[in-house]
Design a protein around this ligand. Structure first.
Ligand code: 5AD
Ligand code: SF4
Length: 459
């Protein structure tokens, strides 16, 4: 069941978080309790959930593979689109039984939806022990301390206060994320992020370096730097201001790092200096995700994106001429309020010029409190949104297929993420037959075929 019946209700019911909300609960002492973390949403939400898991591990928990064995569950929520929030809400509802089975269990709801819904979440779901909004993630470790010591018998180490302490990765995967900044200083009219995550906050360079090193030492080969507008990063380091391109140059020196990626950059900060980093730094992968959102100048203005289609295309042409091997992808929202067929055609025509290898496409979803939701009715009918989404996806598939077909016959470098599966440096997914299974290794794979969104290879 949906927690909020409609966007209108959601607006009325919205309550902003200030302090984390707790309830006192049973005191049951368990040795080596298990933590299980579930993430609903984007890479930022996933990275946040890893951090939260680490706080529990630092305090003496072990990691639980399943809900059934877990003594504590953290749900990392997202509210960027209604759909993501609905999924998290319905999952929280399903955990009623889980909590009832063993009432000592601890249920923590964190992240962007927790920030937006605040105390309403506790009222609606009394089985939730703790609600911690996205703005409090940096004090997560301190916040859970009291609740944990009340409930569990922990061989506790001193509490860590992210982001000042690097996070060590246990049982590391080949690829991992490092959050370098949180929040956003933009105010795109459809976007809820600035209100739930606040303004930009940058992690110190030294901490980022240490976290990257600790992940590499634990076996990670590829790091993706995360931030809402990741390339607006800047921080003081050794007496000077380090901006994003310089941060990439610094991290590129990390011993053992094979690949460096980042998500998501803002077009405004795509500069000549950033481009030169792709050329100079061997670890920086030749792939760039650059969100466009719409190809109509009228809609871009209503979205408050601070660029026109001409300016966006100027950046794309600069990227393509300076970096011929760069692969690009983008985000598009269809059905923004007042979007006409002409506006949508402009999006399609820009996509044809732009030729992104793939597109993350979204139907506009009015988010409570955002400018577009308060100023404009969500007036593009759902069926029209669906139809536009399908046309956009067909075009994306066509362009993607061409890019994939272009790889057939080539031998590409793939980092094995799962058995016989990985990605090329320019971001294409590859599945292959043959060769030893060795997750974390870089392989040369001959591409023999391509299906939608996937290259097929042989070793
Ligand atoms: N409706 C639909 N899509 C949205 N996005 C952000 N807010 C909304 C919204 N209200 C999309 C944008 C953004 C991506 C992360 O999510 O395309 O780049
Ligand atoms: Fe949202 Fe715009 Fe900030 Fe991206 S740049 S997080 S879309 S406000």
């Amino acid at each position: 069941m949906r927690y909020l019946d409609s966007a209108k209700n959601a607006r009325r019911e919205e309550t902003k978080m200030s302090e984390p909300i707790t309830i006192s609960s049973l005191k049951v002492f368990i040795k080596k309790p298990k933590i299980h973390v579930v993430s609903f949403g984007c890479q930022m939400s996933f990275a946040d959930s890893s951090e939260m898991a680490q706080s529990f591990l630092d305090k003496g928990f072990s990691s639980g593979e399943s809900l059934e064995t877990a003594d504590a569950v953290v749900i990392s929520t997202c509210t960027v689109r209604q759909h993501a929030e609905d999924r998290a809400i319905s999952f929280i509802g399903r955990l009623r039984k889980w909590k009832k089975q063993k009432p000592h269990r601890l249920l923590v709801v964190a992240g962007c939806a927790a920030e937006r819904l605040g105390p309403k979440l506790k009222e609606r779901f009394p089985h939730v022990d703790l609600v911690i909004g996205a703005k409090s993630i940096e004090s997560f470790s301190k916040i859970i301390e009291d609740v944990l010591s009340e409930k569990f018998d922990l061989a506790s180490e001193s509490a860590t206060d992210f982001p000042q302490t690097p996070i060590s990765t246990q049982g590391a995967a080949a690829c991992d994320f490092v959050t370098i900044m949180r929040g956003c200083n933009y105010s795109c009219s459809y976007c809820i992020v600035p209100s739930v995550r606040g303004r930009e906050k940058y992690r110190p360079v030294q901490i980022i370096i240490e976290e990257v090193i600790s992940k590499i030492e634990a076996g990670v080969k590829e790091i993706t730097l995360l931030g809402q507008t990741v390339n607006s990063y800047q921080s003081e380091y050794q007496g000077k201001t380090v901006k994003f391109p310089e941060l990439l140059r610094i991290l590129d020196e990390t011993k053992g790092l094979k690949r460096l990626r980042f998500m998501s950059p803002h077009p405004y900060y795509v500069t000549k200096e950033m481009i030169s980093v792709f050329r100079d730094c061997p670890t920086v992968c030749n792939y760039l995700h650059l969100p466009l959102q719409s190809g109509s100048n009228r809609i871009l203005k209503m979205m408050r994106r601070n660029y026109t289609r001409e300016l966006f295309m100027e950046k794309i042409l600069m990227l393509k001429s300076e970096l011929p091997n760069l692969v690009l992808s983008t985000d598009i929202i269809v059905g923004f309020p007042t979007e006409t067929e002409t506006d949508f055609d402009e999006t399609l025509s820009l996509i044809k010029d732009f030729q992104p290898a793939w597109i993350y496409s979204f139907k506009y979803s009015p988010r409570p409190g955002t400018l577009s939701s308060t100023e404009n009715p969500d007036d593009v009918p759902s069926a029209v949104k669906e139809e536009r989404l399908a046309r956009l996806n067909n075009l994306a598939r066509e362009i993607g297929r061409k890019a994939l077909q272009g790889k057939v016959g080539q031998t590409v470098e793939v980092l094995e993420e799962n058995e016989n599966f990985g990605r090329t440096r320019d971001g294409f997914k590859v599945k292959w037959k043959g060769g030893d299974k060795s997750v974390g290794e870089v392989h040369s794979v001959k591409i023999v075929d391509a299906s939608d969104f996937l290259l097929i290879g042989e070793k």
